[in-house]
Design a protein around this ligand. Structure first.
Ligand SMILES: [Zn+2]
Length: 256
């Protein structure tokens, strides 16, 4: 990955498994700037200020201050977190939860999965941002889910979702299918092909044969990993790899 980044003089969108720039308070909703949009909808529907619908602001539960938990500091022991009894972990003040948008309160909406939210917010301008999370196979994430609960692969796909909808860009991705189910790998490949059709270049570091098969051009490094690797064994189309004498991967590719 580092070698690719050094070799490219033009800007490259590099998407790694770590360091995607999240903080402890990040959620899919905050990362894609959806929280403000959703608050505005609630504010408009109820004719009140949108700061009311933030648990970091006026909407915070007075008992827990918007944390959803009460932290009891016991001397000589680790602090113990228990769910706040007043807001039951929703983080919002009771009166805020009285306000509804399309029959749901802010806590219920923020607890929706991305897929549910796509149906709920049909017609809204920010739908494309939710759709991008679905496109990278993350439709099951909850809008309010702490990003710290996501795996490296999931974080990478969140980042990818935020960088989608570009044209003529060069992306470099580090094992994007890591930990994905077969179904989601297929979805991701459909997305990759669409990105390439839109004039983007994708450089993908992968072990997955499903991804390899669909590449236009393959570089095989080997013959093994780490110190016993790093030599260029093959370059060309996936089909050409099948007749390459030194390719280690071709046997697996044949089966696939
Ligand atoms: Zn509370």
């Amino acid at each position: 990955m580092e070698a690719f980044l050094r070799a490219y003089t033009e800007p490259v969108i590099s998407i790694r498994q770590k360091d995607i720039g999240i903080n402890l308070r990040s959620t899919p909703a905050t990362y894609l700037d959806l929280s403000d949009e959703i608050r505005k909808l609630f504010a408009k529907a109820n004719k009140v200020s949108n700061t009311l619908f933030s648990f970091n602001s006026k909407g915070a539960c007075p008992a827990c201050g918007g944390k959803g938990v009460i932290v009891s500091d016991m001397s000589f022991m680790d602090a113990i977190e228990t769910e706040c009894e007043l807001c039951h972990g929703t983080r919002y003040a009771q009166e805020v939860l009285e306000y509804k948008y399309k029959g749901k309160n802010i806590a219920e909406v923020m607890d929706m999965t991305v897929t549910e939210a796509i149906g709920f917010f049909a017609g809204e301008e920010f739908l494309i941002r939710l759709q991008s999370l679905e496109d990278v196979g993350l439709g099951y994430l909850h809008l309010n889910q702490a990003m710290t609960t996501l795996s490296g692969g999931e974080l990478q796909r969140v980042k990818l979702a935020s960088e989608l909808h570009k044209k003529g860009a060069v992306y470099i991705l580090d094992e994007p299918t890591n930990g994905l189910h077969l179904d989601d790998v297929r979805k991701l490949l459909i997305l990759f092909n669409r990105m390439v059709d839109e004039g983007n270049t994708l450089i993908v570091i992968e072990h997955s044969l499903d991804v390899l098969r669909q590449a236009d051009y393959v570089l095989e490094l080997g013959p093994e990993g780490g110190m016993s690797g790093g030599r260029l064994l093959y370059e060309g189309t996936p089909r050409g790899m099948l007749t390459c004498g030194v390719s280690v991967t071709k046997e697996y590719l044949k089966d696939a």
